[in-house]
Design a protein around this ligand. Structure first.
Ligand SMILES: Nc1ncnc2c1ncn2[C@@H]1O[C@H](COP(=O)(O)OP(=O)(O)OP(=O)(O)O)[C@@H](O)[C@H]1O
Length: 264
């Protein structure tokens, strides 16, 4: 019998697929006497780009490392794409990726060899084609067969981005994605990330010291200071709250302990 007319409407799918991309609650990381991350909670909606700002040692990298399951929290909870980390890492690691210009790839291998290794780790289908595509998208063709150790810092950053996109991740964690890039290339990379978010409905969390980058790229900004969240809002709202016209001025206010404008 066809009972489609009378069957009650299905409730929206619950569970992992409908959850936030990242959900951290009361995250704490202690290193002996250092409170690297000190009771941090936030949820990041799927399809958004969020900037993690803060001075040196504010806890940004440690937070990202705990989200990736690379560093174990002292206490607190991390969920990524609906799965608890690090327990659920087998479920999610293939759907996320990470880029940091401070993590070097093997220097003697060529760019193509490096991308091939990472592509295999992620079991990427049609890997050779995927590498060609990335080389074309990120303008790597000229040095695809050059050893990684013989690239300029800016070229390495682009290769690192190619590595981060190799598995077409749903969630991309970036640590200083435009470090060492000239302004033109940096702008072009930002455009690429914005397009990637749009075409893949991807979620991006990026730590950056480039305030203009965050202002241009991010829907939301989380400002950390000494392991804690100092502010969390859209760039416009944050600038309005501090009565500033640039995030750079807000950053200086936070770093130097100037009090923000009190909202009524
Ligand atoms: N493995 C570690 N052992 C001991 N202390 C650590 C370790 N990793 C980080 N820390 C400390 O934790 C604090 C937060 O460091 P973290 O690298 O998360 O900061 P950050 O915001 O990423 O800084 P930066 O902008 O300089 O990269 C710092 O005081 C740092 O010295």
């Amino acid at each position: 019998m066809d009972n489609s007319e009378t069957a009650p409407a299905k409730p929206p799918a619950a569970g992992p697929e409908r959850s936030a991309a990242i959900d951290v609650a009361h995250l704490i990381k202690l290193y002996k006497t250092t409170r690297a991350v000190d009771d941090v909670s936030f949820r990041i909606a799927r399809g958004s780009i969020t900037g993690l700002l803060g001075g040196n040692g504010a806890g940004k990298t440690t937070t990202i490392a705990m989200i990736m399951g690379l560093v174990l929290p002292t206490s607190g909870r991390v969920q990524v794409l609906g799965h608890a980390m690090p327990e659920g890492s087998a479920e999610v690691l293939g759907r996320m990726n990470f880029e940091s210009p401070y993590v070097d790839m093997p220097m003697r291998l060529t760019v193509r060899q490096n991308l091939t290794i990472f592509g295999r780790l992620y079991a990427v289908q049609n890997l050779a084609e995927r590498i060609e595509q990335l080389a074309s998208d990120l303008d790597l063709k000229e040095f695809l067969d050059r050893a990684n150790g013989k690239l300029s810092a800016g070229q390495k950053t682009r290769v690192a981005l190619a590595k981060a996109l190799i598995n077409q991740p749903e969630l991309l964690l970036l640590d200083e994605p435009t470090a060492s890039l000239d302004p033109d290339t940096a702008d072009w990379v930002r455009q690429h990330l914005a397009n990637y978010r749009k075409t893949h409905d991807a979620t991006i969390l990026l730590a950056s010291h480039n305030m203009l980058e965050v202002e241009r790229l991010c829907d939301r900004v989380i400002i950390m200071k000494r392991g804690r969240i100092e502010d969390d809002d859209s760039p416009d709202q944050i600038m309005a709250r501090y009565n500033r016209t640039t995030l750079e001025d807000v950053f200086l206010d936070v770093a130097r302990g100037r009090v923000r404008e009190e909202t009524p």
